[in-house]
Ligand binder design. Structure first.
Ligand code: SF4
Length: 268
């Protein structure tokens, strides 16, 4: 008799943490089914979550550690591989801790990342610990920290569906972050207005109430002109500016030259 089981789990593909049910037949994962009560994704998954299980049963998947000797890989036991790595790490960090560096994975849970930095700092005595998110998030972390005071998202993933107005610039959530795009659709169903500004008419632009197209690389002129219009028309929130912001007067100076004609010429 064929035995099919549904095993609740968390999609391992990205940091969103969607709940999924693996469909297991004769001890082998053969598909993914919705996990409807999961609060993050409420039964929906993106294409990566739907098909990302396929690597598990691929024939070329590594299932055992490999050690390279004389230019060739050979299979090894976990004990042998771990001993080799531990001995080499000790040898090099005893010689000079700065010769060792640790590079962590963005999909690792916080606990693993915590242990990684402990291993680097305490066991090997080095400050060389980094994270792959630096490659894709270097500019966003710096920008967010300057703008919002924190280099990370300042609100909960779920709170977007409570928004009244969503201003989305240069971000194609419906394709790039479909689960987030879904929250935007829920916000729209709750009555929010969605405005999308993007050089490309993306799937996110398609669901917008208002779409603004501009030439690639002209976002700053567009934003500056919008700020100038807001100030000229007295639409700004003075109390918020006084209590929560810095450098407002300097910014006001900067945007003075961006009238609508100039911005229109730059942004197309
Ligand atoms: S967004 Fe997609 S890849 Fe990320 S956890 Fe959810 S289903 Fe998996």
């Amino acid at each position: 008799m064929v035995e099919i089981k549904y095993v609740p789990s968390i999609c391992p593909y990205c940091g969103t943490g969607c709940g999924i049910n693996f469909v297991v037949k004769d001890g082998k994962i053969i598909g993914v089914e919705p996990y409807k009560r999961h609060p993050v994704n409420e039964g929906k998954v993106c294409p990566k979550g739907n098909f990302g299980y396929q690597f598990i049963n691929r024939e070329d998947r590594l299932t055992t550690p490999l050690i390279k000797e004389n230019g060739e890989f050979r299979e090894a036991s976990w004990d042998e591989a771990l001993d080799l790595v531990a001995n080499k790490l000790k040898e090099v960090s005893d010689e000079d801790p700065n010769k060792v560096g640790f590079y962590a994975c963005a999909r690792s849970p916080n606990e693993n990342i915590y242990i990684t930095q402990k291993l680097a700092r305490v066991a090997c005595g080095t400050q060389n610990v980094d994270h792959c998110a630096r490659i894709c998030h270097g500019p966003t972390v710096a920008g967010l920290a300057t703008t919002f005071g924190s280099g990370a998202m300042t609100n909960g993933f779920d709170s977007i569906k409570e928004a009244d107005y969503i201003f989305c610039i240069g971000s194609n959530n419906m394709e790039a972050h479909p689960l987030f795009g879904r929250k935007m659709i829920q916000a729209k169903q709750n009555g929010a207005k969605l405005v999308v500004l993007d050089p490309r008419f993306t799937p996110t632009a398609k669901i917008a109430d208002e779409y603004v197209q501009f030439e690639t690389g002209t976002d700053v002129a567009l934003m500056n002109a919008m700020i100038k219009v807001i100030i000229d028309k007295g639409l700004q929130d003075d109390e918020f500016i006084a209590n929560r912001t810095k450098g407002y007067e300097e910014m006001k100076e900067v945007v003075q030259k961006y009238d609508l004609d100039m911005a229109s010429e730059i942004t197309g």
